[in-house]
Design a protein around this ligand. Structure first.
Ligand SMILES: [Fe+2]
Length: 233
């Protein structure tokens, strides 16, 4: 508890501008931040690390070939190809609020893509998205719960999107899924490059979609650590 309080005080004092940036713009990037500090400790400076059943607190992301990856992760479907824009854990009832990516071995050849869901909401109002029902493509636990593409959770808007792991649950939803897909196909996401150790990207996962450019053979050693935060300090 004392360590949490210290982290919160440090964050408020030192990381105030970055935390404000995430709240204002949906994401913030820090160059070479806290080099050498373990990712779990870095994450705790920004907020409490989310406890998620079956998910390690810090996950190591490296390029993987499709053939040698399980089908329930993006690498098992796209391999080293482009990862389309999505929000993480969109098939969960409540996806994690924030994600933090931290560069261990970087590559200037592999941008992370970011797109504000405001681009979609400008064309498809939230009441339409709230009526758009989806279900996990694969059975999730013992349930096939219905999910909405947009909802409010604890007074915060929550947008979810994943064309791979979510499937439309009604005829109307099929149409909206098509409209969202077309909007994303014509959108211009921002590229963020995690190129140096310590480069750190914090993303509001209820607001921003993210993706990853293809990984060329010359970037096969790229290594990013990811952790989820339940809130910000
Ligand atoms: Fe992701």
């Amino acid at each position: 508890m004392a360590q949490q309080l210290n982290s919160a005080r440090f964050a408020t004092k030192v990381l105030g501008p970055e935390l404000d940036e995430v709240r204002k713009s949906g994401a913030a990037f820090l160059h070479g931040f806290a080099l050498g500090m373990p990712t779990a400790q870095v994450a705790a400076l920004f907020g409490p690390v989310a406890s998620m059943h079956g998910i390690a607190a810090v996950q190591i992301l490296t390029p993987r070939e499709r053939e040698t990856s399980p089908p329930n992760i993006y690498s098992g479907n796209f391999g080293t190809g482009e990862f389309p824009l999505h929000t993480d854990m969109a098939h969960w009832a409540i996806p994690p609020r924030f994600l933090l990516l931290r560069c261990v071995v970087g590559s200037h050849e592999v941008p992370t893509r970011l797109l504000d869901s405001a681009v979609i909401l400008a064309q498809l109002p939230c009441d339409i998205l709230a009526r758009t029902l989806a279900r996990p493509r694969r059975p999730f636990g013992h349930s096939q719960h219905l999910l909405r593409l947009w909802q409010t959770e604890n007074d915060s808007p929550l947008f979810r999107w994943d064309r791979l792991f979510l499937t439309p649950a009604s005829t109307n939803s099929v149409e909206v899924f098509g409209a969202v897909t077309r909007l994303l196909d014509s959108a211009s996401p921002a590229d963020v490059i995690l190129s140096n150790p310590g480069d750190t990207l914090i993303v509001d996962n209820w607001r921003m979609l993210h993706g990853r450019a293809p990984v060329p053979a010359t970037a096969a050693g790229r290594c990013i650590e990811r952790t989820y935060l339940s809130s910000l300090h």
